[in-house]
Ligand binder design. Sequence first.
Ligand code: NAD
Length: 530
Amino acid sequence: MTKTESGQPESTAKTVDPPADSEIRVLNPATGEVVGSVPDTTAEQVVAAIAELREHQRAWQAIGADERKEWLLELQDWIIDNTEVLADVLQSETGKPRVDSLIDPIFGSDLIGYYARRAAKFLADEHPAPHSPLARVKRLTTVFEPYPVVGVITPWNFPLAMPLLDVIPALAAGAAVILKPSEVTPLSALELARGWAEIGAPPVLSVVTGAGATGAAVVEHADYIQFTGSTATGRRIAAACATRMVPYSLELGGKDPAIVLADADLDRAAHGIAFGGMFNSGQVCISVERVYVEAPVYDEFVAKLTANVKALRQGRDDRTPRNDVGAMANESQVGIVARHIDEAVAAGAKVLTGGKRTGVGTFFEPTVLVDVDHSMSCISEETFGPTLPVMKVADEAEAIRLANDSVYGLSATVWTGDKARGERVARALNAGAVNINDVFANLFNFALPMGGWGDSGVGARWGGPNGVRKYCRAKAITAPMLPTQERELTWMPYDLNKILIGLGAMRAAGARGMRRIDIGALLRLKGDNR
Ligand code: NAD
């Protein structure tokens, strides 16, 4: 590790210095206070940062997964040792309750442990078995080579965890990473850059702060784009990547349904769905955003859910955890929530609890809505806020039909006392993940893929080996297993008889029944040469 004269480790993660007049102010949404300002990085600076990353990536790839593991585990130590400070920074730019602010660093550490330790195994060369006896003359190898520079673009809802979820597997794969965090919450990402620098790791992580234009520059110049954010921005990024012919993975919005069946443990369902809808003020991509309840238990469930939501403590925390629900990220999010509720109420919906802003800052009361239907924006559009619209359904089939009536397909939950029924409903839902009798469980299982269907995304993060292999180009290598001849049977100039022997052998290996050995059919291929 290099140290400066003051004894501090020299910075190796890059943050780009912009002209002084181009800065972005960061606000604490719980108070409206300015808590920092960051550079609005220009496209030219992004290009320069990527060029520098390319230089250092080669060595990063060359040291191999085992040495990269050591750096990643150093980072994990640093995050664990700095958890409180990281939570302070995160809380200052999000207005989250203290408990929620502690989640990002610890969740991120868990992920680092998983991919740091397993990357070598996941990236090891593979020697697949040949598909046919004829192919046994070759030794087959699949090699995983990282994209040189991966661009990671993240939203504001988990300002440290979101970057870590994708930066870590990309670094573990041997890529260099340019990270463009949300302009709403860039401070936590800069802390990550500080950590990478303080451990003295190779300069293969660069954080560029800025808004959409900075993100667009990353999309224009990186070799792979990993994007998390809204579906609208995801579409723009997909189009830009298609033009450049670079691969991308998009983790987008959702409108996750919860299905409560009549045989469910209603107490658990009502607690789980209250948590799933209100955690982080509903600003989680896999928040529960709509609830379908079988008629026989509808009244009882709604009463329990409403009581649970009403009991949540909302307010501004300092370092002492007191509240369950904090502020929303910004005014524009509050505006969406208010619009969805107002439109629903105007169309006949009822608010059972919550329904309005509270206090100073961007606090919005946890809200339960009933008498809603699919014509309302609160059911059809992503709200990304603390609302739980609940609908009564006749039976399981209607619940599945309504749950699938969405352009999104990120995740879903099913609540039932019958395991087989839970599995059956889970398989019938159009979603990238279904949690039975739980919420968010898939998010804590890196061995599973996390990806959305439909407008919720393209590709997936994690999924065990795929989590690092997605940042690699697969290369196929063949090598002869037997001594080679002057020329192969099938090479030019063609010898029809030899070719027919080759084709006949291929057909015998791949076809079925008598077609494998139909010599007559083979001879007919000789055409006029018969
Ligand atoms: P957003 O799309 O507005 O912004 C996301 C990021 O993209 C930001 O860093 C932004 O600066 C950048 N950006 C904006 N325009 C760009 C462009 N043209 N080119 C490149 N980058 C650009 O999303 P948001 O409001 O920050 O986040 C909320 C959304 O994120 C919600 O829809 C939510 O569902 C989604 N989300 C999805 C997941 C998931 O894993 N599926 C996780 C969290 C959030």
